[in-house]
Design a protein around this ligand. Structure first.
Ligand SMILES: NC(=O)c1ccc[n+]([C@@H]2O[C@H](COP(=O)([O-])OP(=O)(O)OC[C@H]3O[C@@H](n4cnc5c(N)ncnc54)[C@H](O)[C@@H]3O)[C@@H](O)[C@H]2O)c1
Length: 282
């Protein structure tokens, strides 16, 4: 049976993007968050994003209405038994994710695939919190989900080939390009990206250059679309710190130690674009 109905857990910047892209691709979606206001904020973002697509003539008003009509919302997992698959995009915290997967495992029907959009946490460990590790997989979308084409597909130690094949197919249905990786801290994308971002923060912390210079040098010099500090703001500084901690713990290598300035900014609640203040003001 194909995947037609999915639950997206987390209505934050990634969750609402995944829900949007899935609904546009014709899937029925339930977007779940812990509070109604978070779900409402996620829906508002989706409405705005789809309206922009209509404005740019990338989508008709009829398709926009149909996509919106395919998205429902919830503040708990009580409807999970009706889903063919769940894609979890809650906070980057191993305990939260394991608790969620335990509950999803209890509520979703046997055979339903449980995917996580984690940036770095072990798929094997998340799978081991369930009784169906063969159906647990990493489906790592990039931010912003509607624009970025890559989906990193990560198999845990016990993930079955059938699960991986179904998720590769789903990613293609969603208009994305899936590329596979094995389970290892940070997988491929963030294992390479986060040390660069961390190094940029160290350069700022040590007064090597201003934030504008650091970002400008990387943009112009490396032809990157945005500088690493702006990118960190965009990802979320809490998420960046969590990923670096997973790399640091997972490899037990000091080269991944998070810069003290990053830790301080997260402690201050300056999490980047989503809170209006990070390395830049929004
Ligand atoms: N930000 C990025 O660029 C990016 C890119 C790829 C992957 N990711 C990953 O995607 C996930 C989400 O990141 P984000 O940037 O969307 O974070 P975010 O902070 O914007 O959103 C997280 C959402 O999850 C909700 N949440 C927390 N616990 C929950 C629970 N138990 N049930 C339901 N909802 C819950 C929060 O209320 C919040 O709305 C993380 O694992 C992150 O590492 C992020």
């Amino acid at each position: 049976m194909g995947i037609e109905t999915i639950g997206v857990i987390g209505a934050g910047q990634m969750g609402n993007g995944i829900a949007q892209v899935a609904a546009v691709a014709g899937l029925r979606v339930t977007m779940v968050d812990v509070k109604q206001e978070f779900v409402d904020r996620g829906m508002a973002t989706i409405r705005k994003s789809l309206a922009k697509m209509v404005e740019k003539q990338k989508m008709t008003a009829a398709d926009q209405a149909a996509a919106l009509g395919r998205i429902g919302t919830a503040t708990d997992l009580s409807g999970a038994e009706g889903w063919d698959m769940a894609i979890e995009a809650a906070v980057e915290n191993e305990t939260v994710k394991k608790d969620l997967f335990r509950e999803l495992d209890q509520k979703c029907r046997p055979g339903a695939i449980l995917a996580t959009n984690t940036s770095s946490i072990s798929i094997t460990a998340i799978g081991a919190a369930t009784r169906r590790p063969e159906s647990v997989i990493g489906m790592h979308f990039m931010n912003p989900v509607p624009l970025m084409t890559l989906v990193e597909v990560i198999r845990g130690h016990a993930t079955s080939g059938a699960t991986a094949a179904a998720v590769v197919d789903l990613a293609k249905t969603m208009g994305k390009t899936p590329l596979e990786a094995n389970d290892s801290p940070g997988f491929v994308a963030n294992r390479i990206l986060l040390p660069m971002i961390n190094e940029a923060i160290f350069a700022l912390h040590e007064g090597v250059a201003t934030k504008e210079s650091i970002d400008g040098i990387m943009k112009l010099g490396m032809n990157h679309p945005m500088g690493p500090l702006a990118l960190a703001d965009f990802i979320g500084l809490d998420t960046c710190l969590s990923i670096l901690q997973v790399l640091h713990d997972g490899f037990n290598d000091s080269k991944y130690r998070p810069c003290p300035l990053l830790k301080k900014m997260v402690a201050a609640g300056h999490l980047g674009k989503k809170t209006g203040q990070g390395f830049y003001h929004y």
